[in-house]
Design a protein around this ligand. Structure first.
Ligand SMILES: C[S@@+](CC[C@H](N)C(=O)[O-])C[C@H]1O[C@@H](n2cnc3c(N)ncnc32)[C@H](O)[C@@H]1O
Length: 199
């Protein structure tokens, strides 16, 4: 069986959140267009989106992906090894909020897909590691329609919705970024980093 199909089936059976079809098509399109040499992914889950990006990126490119859930990390390692991508995909185990501060080098592409309330914090921690022209893709930014709705969000989602609004406000107004919001799926924000000199 195709490994991607196997991971999709596993995710469906065990309720592991993985990228939806529309967002994954968008992600693949960006990888094909931009041919990034270095990708940072925040939120590996079981390795599905990392493997998708690895499938379409140049062979000499690398992905660093971060996950904190121990059970998911084990499964991700297994799928990455089975796909023969262990050389290209480096999985870092721990809380992204801490790990991001320790990363070295620069990134041509960043895929943000972990804790929704932390998106802006993640971005601020890696801004100085973005190459000029880097693309930052943030998934689920519309959060089931709640982010653009005039109705107040359910109490338990209030913080997530507020923080996602702050993320969108930032990438839409900071002159270092040029951002397009795509409404498909759960909302994807695609921001191109134009460099600190545009500040
Ligand atoms: C939506 S899933 C990622 C799906 C994956 N990108 C894919 O499409 O295959 C989000 C993941 O982020 C992880 N996560 C949440 N907060 C995190 C943090 N602070 N540090 C590292 N991982 C985190 C969760 O454990 C979860 O597995």
């Amino acid at each position: 069986m195709n490994l991607f199909k196997e991971i999709e089936d596993y995710a469906a059976e065990y309720n592991v959140p993985i990228i939806n079809k529309k967002s994954s098509n968008r992600l693949i399109e960006i990888v094909k267009q931009n041919k990034p040499k270095s990708i940072l992914e925040i939120g590996t889950a079981i390795g599905y989106s990392a493997l998708l990006m690895a499938h379409y990126m140049p062979l000499d490119s690398k992905i660093i992906t971060i996950e904190q859930d121990a059970a998911r990390i084990d499964i991700a390692y297994d799928y990455i090894a089975r796909a023969g991508k262990s050389e290209q995909i480096q999985l870092l185990d721990g809380d992204a909020s801490t790990i991001l501060l320790q990363l070295e080098g620069t990134f041509d592409m960043v895929f943000i897909d972990a804790a929704k309330a932390q998106y802006l914090d993640y971005l601020c921690k890696i801004i100085d590691k973005l190459a000029i022209g880097a693309v930052v893709i943030a998934d689920n930014v519309l959060f089931r329609g709640m982010v653009l709705s005039d109705d107040p969000p359910l109490r338990r989602y209030k913080t997530i919705v507020k923080r996602l609004k702050e993320y969108l406000q930032f990438v839409n107004t900071d002159p270092r970024f040029s951002t397009t919001l795509h409404f498909e799926g759960d909302g994807v924000a695609i921001s191109y980093y134009q460099g600190a000199n545009k500040k």
